[in-house]
Write a protein that binds this ligand. Structure first.
Ligand SMILES: [Zn+2]
Length: 435
């Protein structure tokens, strides 16, 4: 009897250690969602029942740190490549050329491969090359080709896309769920342009920002219902994150706004500039004028000017070939104006990523994540190796570290529910105990 029992127990344990089904998928699917400009603490002064529930059902980091520079395209591309901005070279929201003076607005860069494709492969392509099916729904960089390869399925935001339509938000979730459940996609990235727009237009402290956070919260509730409806609860991991935070723009009479032309004659000394774009500016001095430009800008208050080759290593910007020779970072809340104050934003970003107002969110849930787990804050660059681990693929070269995030994962083979064979083992033991 004792021998019999131990044999049954051994057999049951062996069965428990094996995958549940040989024919079934060995990896879970992954959905990466980004809500642009979701500051780390935006949910703390609003009623957000669905985000609160996510804390119990999954993983939350108190905050995460985006790369320098804290701007939409550069930061999103760091998340999807695991590379610093100086390596992936998407160094601004606007595509530019310092020689021809070309400047292309953000939305129009979304399908311009020459801006995105600089020899660094985003996760979509790396995953596809290892046999996975991937898609991008509005995610920055998803609409470009990389070494001639396109993402399997792509939706790109129209130039005049309205960012705050809740009905469309839900339709997009329905679409993505059907991509997973009917078309068997493995990895999808989904992007929303809020709360960034409201943050810019009204400022982070405006009641409308709270309203849009509640809309996001309802959308997360809708997402969780959709996951159930499509029977993806046991096979879909979800990461919810963002690209940067938001801070209130300081204006007169509170402060003297920065107008750079007061400190140097831009026309005379500079051949290329992008300055009226939040807290981050770039300039190409005319030949022989670099020191003069640097000295003049050094005298301007409430900003720090860097020569590219002297940018702090921690910014991970200095090795960029694309970045012009002079980089200017304004103090938190000060916008850089070139000649006039034409910038009407009440909130902005692009400031130093060490500022708490630039920190952003990280949430995750699904079959591979722990529940009710509070992660230490980490740099967004570490999301990339985590995604590779979840998808079971070999990462391309990257600057992240799985060690920063892997404690949020369940131990290998772990699961929220006991596997069928373990349940069988317990039943067997119970039966023997009764006998
Ligand atoms: Zn923005």
């Amino acid at each position: 009897m004792k021998l019999e029992l131990s044999l049954v127990v051994t057999a049951a344990i062996c069965a428990a250690a094996k995958p549940l089904s040989k024919a079934g998928p060995s990896r879970n699917k992954l959905l990466l969602i980004s809500f642009d400009g979701f500051r780390w603490d935006y949910d703390q002064d609003v009623d957000t029942p669905n985000l609160d529930q996510l804390v119990l059902d999954g993983v939350k980091a108190k905050y995460i740190t985006p790369p320098m520079l804290t701007m939409t395209s550069p930061s999103h591309f760091t998340t999807i490549t695991g590379r610093w901005v100086e390596d992936h070279e998407v160094v601004h929201n606007m595509m530019f050329n310092t020689t021809t003076n070309l400047k292309v607005p953000h939305k129009q860069t979304l399908t311009r491969s020459e801006w995105w494709d600089n020899g660094v492969l985003p996760l979509w392509i790396t995953a596809q090359n290892q046999g996975l099916k991937t898609a991008s729904f509005f995610y920055p960089g998803g609409g470009a080709n990389y070494s001639g390869q396109a993402v399997n399925r792509v939706r790109v935001e129209a130039f005049d896309h309205q960012d705050d339509n809740e009905t469309e938000w839900r339709q997009n979730i329905d679409t993505v769920m059907s991509w997973f459940s009917e078309d068997n996609f493995d990895f999808v990235t989904l992007y929303y342009g809020e709360p960034d727009n409201v943050g810019h237009a009204k400022g982070p402290d405006h009641p409308d920002r709270k309203t849009i956070i509640q809309q996001i919260d309802r959308t997360i509730g809708y997402l969780r219902e959709a996951i159930e409806l499509h029977q993806l609860s046991d096979s879909l991991n979800v990461i919810i994150t963002s690209d940067h935070g938001m801070t209130t723009v300081k204006k007169r009479p509170l402060v003297d706004e920065i107008i750079l032309n007061k400190y140097l004659n831009l026309l005379k000394l500079v051949s290329f500039e992008i300055l009226d774009y939040g807290g981050f500016g770039i300039l190409t001095p005319r030949p022989g004028k670099q020191q003069q430009v640097f000295d003049a800008l050094s005298k301007a208050p409430n900003l720090t000017v860097y020569k590219k080759d002297q940018i702090p290593q921690s910014f991970h910007l200095g090795r960029s070939e694309r970045l012009p020779p002079i980089v200017v970072v304004a103090d938190l809340g000060f916008n850089l104006n070139s000649r006039f104050i034409v910038y009407v934003n009440k909130g902005d970003h692009g400031f130093h990523n060490g500022e708490m107002d630039m920190k952003t969110i990280f949430r995750a849930f699904g079959p591979d994540f722990r529940r009710n787990f509070l992660s230490k804050p980490f740099d967004s660059i570490h999301i990339y190796p985590l995604m590779c681990k979840l998808l079971g693929i070999k990462p391309a070269p990257h600057n992240g570290s799985l060690a920063m995030t892997e404690d949020m994962l369940l131990p290998r083979g772990g699961s929220h529910r006991p596997p069928a064979s373990l349940a069988a083992l317990l039943l067997t033991l119970l039966t023997f105990a009764v006998l």
